[in-house]
Design a protein around this ligand. Sequence first.
Ligand code: AMP
Length: 535
Amino acid sequence: MSTFVELGISSKVADAVRDAGWTEPTPVQCAAIPAALEGKDVLAQAQTGTGKTGAYALPVLSRIKCGLGAPQAIVLAPTRELAVQIENEIYKLSRYSGHKSVAVYGGASIGLQASRLERGVDLVVGTPGRVKDMMERGHLDLSFVSEAVLDEADRMLDMGFSEELDFIMDALPKKRRTSLFSATMAPEVKKAAAKYMFNPTELLVSVDEPCSDLTKQYFIPVSRMYKFERLATVLGRGNPKTIVFCQTKKMVDELIIQLSGDYKSAAMHGDMPQMRRDRVMKNFRNDMFQVLIATDVAARGLDVNNVDLVVNYDVPPDSDTYMHRIGRTGRAGKEGAAVSFVTKMEDRRISMYERATGKEIMRVRAEDIPVMDHQFTDPEPVVKEKRERRERKPAEVSAERPRAAETERRERNPAEASAERPRAAETERPQVSVSKPVKVREKKGSVILQINLGRDDGLTRVQIAQFITDGLGGTGIGRIGLGESSSFFELPYNSAKAVTEAINGCSYGSKTVTVQEAPQKVRYAERSRAAPSGN
Ligand code: AMP
């Protein structure tokens, strides 16, 4: 392994690296820094945690001058949070070189950011919408940029920023160096690379070790009809923190409903806005719930280190996806297991995965999966009694008793529940103010609440239920009446307060979601006329 100095970064930047306590370059830094310092475009598949920020920032800081009065480098990132984080890292790394940087992002005063730019900066980190806006308003002149970076390019494209990216990249001088970092190399990322880059050096670096010895791989032959039963058995082996992968969003929806009575679970699929995905991920990372049910598209770049078990409820069609999925476990020195449910038609795929991973995949019964005991933040409510389940159709979601401990925790500390909802202006997407939490009387029984989402928002009953329970686990949601612009749902009194506080003020598309107690006089019969149920 080389040292930072051997990689060729400037001595002032190397001093800052030393102060940061980085003793050795990470693999992505070893690969990207020399190519960048030679002036080559760099296209890297690398996730958060690989040291990717240093991989592009160190050569940029080594190559650009200080104090020219106009920015010579631009870093584009998908969210305000990431832009701020990158700028903090760059600030730290420019301690001795003296480069000045600023982060510009939506949801904050454009005037303040503009005046910072006016005072002169060498490097701008920004979200695409705000950068474009500031260029159009004449606050930001990028005509002296010689170094451009697209960080988390896949996410920027997922969030619909391609038009902004085209606008910004077109405005940059042709004679420049460009780096593109992305967790995946999806076709749209490759297309963007072809558009914005010239003959890039391509790197593939991953924090994951998909073939890690720490991950034991199993497969269970199963017919379609018994998949759910097998899943229940596998999840019942201790209380493993689990990601269940499905091939379709519809299957994710079905599993959420089926598991909802017994396990704290949440869904993650491509139709969910990024902010909701972030909220679910935060709760999963913090061990607030046990089972994440996801499609591949939503699971790209999932950054979580302590997953015990990956279940391929539907086996993936190719070995790349298989490796990516099972790479979610067996990380950071912890053991993990990956289990694939394989139907007769699919059993040839196992040898394909074995070839790809270079490891044997053991045939087992569901009850042979090792017992894994995960320490959850609040162990009691994570797994409800593991009773024999009968198949439930989505339409049969019935009122569950509240999970007492979870509810109590939230009741005791409502601030904690509201802290889970996204902060206003977390991204550049429209955000509106948080409405007042409803006052819900605390007594036994249930309460009917009204949410301002419905068919007009393209939602089904299942999706409304998911929106309400995402990451909050056992809220005990009961009947749901789906209406056009608003819907009704039933909750136990003592979880209603926490749920409304967590939901009020969240965004759905451009809408701010509000929940309030339904008017007393609304009865189910009337509601079903006003808001007929069904998907
Ligand atoms: P990133 O992948 O850029 O989000 O970096 C993940 C974390 O690793 C950040 O906290 C960095 O400060 C840190 N880091 C980056 N490079 C190194 C290194 N060479 N040695 C130690 N820590 C590093």
